[in-house]
Write a protein that binds this ligand. Sequence first.
Ligand code: NAP
Length: 477
Amino acid sequence: MATTALERKLFVAGEWVETGDWFEVRSPYSGEVVGRVAKAGAEETKRAIDAAESAMREPLPAHKRAEILVRVAMALGRRHDEVARLISDEAGKPMKAARLEAKRAMSTYTFAAVEARKLAGEMVPMDAAQAGEGKLAFTLRQPIGVVGAISPFNFPLNLVAHKLAPALAAGCAVVLKPASQTPLSALLLAELEEEAGLPPGWLSVVAGSSSEIGDVLVEDERVKAITFTGSGAVGWKLKERAPKKKVNLELGNATPVIVAADADLDAAAKALAANSFSFAGQSCISVQRIYVERSAYDEFLQRFLPAVGALNVGDPGDEDTDVGPVIDADAKERILAWIEEARSGGAEVLAGGEERDDLIQPTVIGHAGPELKVSCEEVFGPVVTVNAVDSVDEAIELANSTRYGLQAGVFTRSLETALRAARELEFGGITVNEAPTFRSDQMPYGGVKDSGNTREGPHYAVRELTEERLVVLTLPS
Ligand code: NAP
């Protein structure tokens, strides 16, 4: 836990500014104040957009953008302990997971630097059509314009990195609104970008009133793209309100996993126990619904339940803690109510199901009907359902019976089952013999259905934040 609370100004138009209004960031574990942050509203957001627009009038060459991105990656490496501790303090994330996140952010910046250097359009084969004879054509990849970025609380560093680093690689200036519960890591990243040589205006971080800042980002025509990671309730509304902008959405999931009878049950149980509960299930791809072929159900549970029981629940500041608190009291109350609904709806609580020392214990629910909230809504807490199914076909049908479509997984030794699952599961990504919580930062990552409409990962995000401009040259005859 931080011994002294940080006082953080906003980073607007290349300056660290106060607004006369402050808000507190509290540890989700101890309730202690870990930071005080200057609160932004419409005025600071407009100033940030003004600065972003004028910064982009003098484009930064690709090699300079790449050098800045590499310097940020190196600074994240040098300041690893401090960065991981900050994530843990403000998000209540166990240190193990916070360290992993800090390392992944280095990787995100490093991959973005590569993308900055190789950003290019393509040749168009003009003489493939008669009309194109005597012409040479190619495309340029132009930055889309000023980007408004909005990020969630659960990966306060790396999901901010997935907004800032590809935008800079693409040549776009950014106005970022981080989650109010976790703005400190984003402000630290702004400090690192400034130290790495980012000229004024290319990045502003406006923490504060979501509705005021959101309204300006939606209404200001100079903001050409909004990149949003968070809940569907907020994301789809933003898209509706900004029909002329590109609105890239990375949203939630109710992540399913199929365990076929022929799977390596030891490996499946181990991977799924860890990935149902890491960061108390508050990852958009936390394992939430496990479907096990009936003949392997008991054997799977015999391995899975002890692995869940072995997780250390406690202070996120301890290096050996696996499961810490959820983000706030409202989230805790909601999750406990959903567990109660499952219990009274005929499901069987096989582990956890209660809070101890203010922490929801890792909860495993068997025989969970499809109508229960823990089955069909995103729990975003330390809760997983494990149901027996008669066949892989039934498992695929149940896995797909959701409005979400981010990632899903299958454990099997059969190539045929793996490929069938890959074809038939309606999700943006499918993992085979790995929990679908897996993400490496260069992967194309994103969902279908209610889970979103875009792909992140620097290569893919840069494509989303640039536009192709066609150039046709008529050759002298
Ligand atoms: P959230 O409540 O939707 O908040 C996300 C961001 O939106 C925050 O910065 C929030 O600001 C802001 N916001 C809220 N209302 C707004 C408005 N009217 N206009 C503009 N911005 C607004 O989500 P969360 O609770 O932080 O995060 C959890 C959700 O994110 C889950 O559904 C999870 O699955 C999803 N998620 C998805 C991915 C992915 O890559 N697909 C990754 C991580 C998380 P305030 O904090 O100030 O309210």
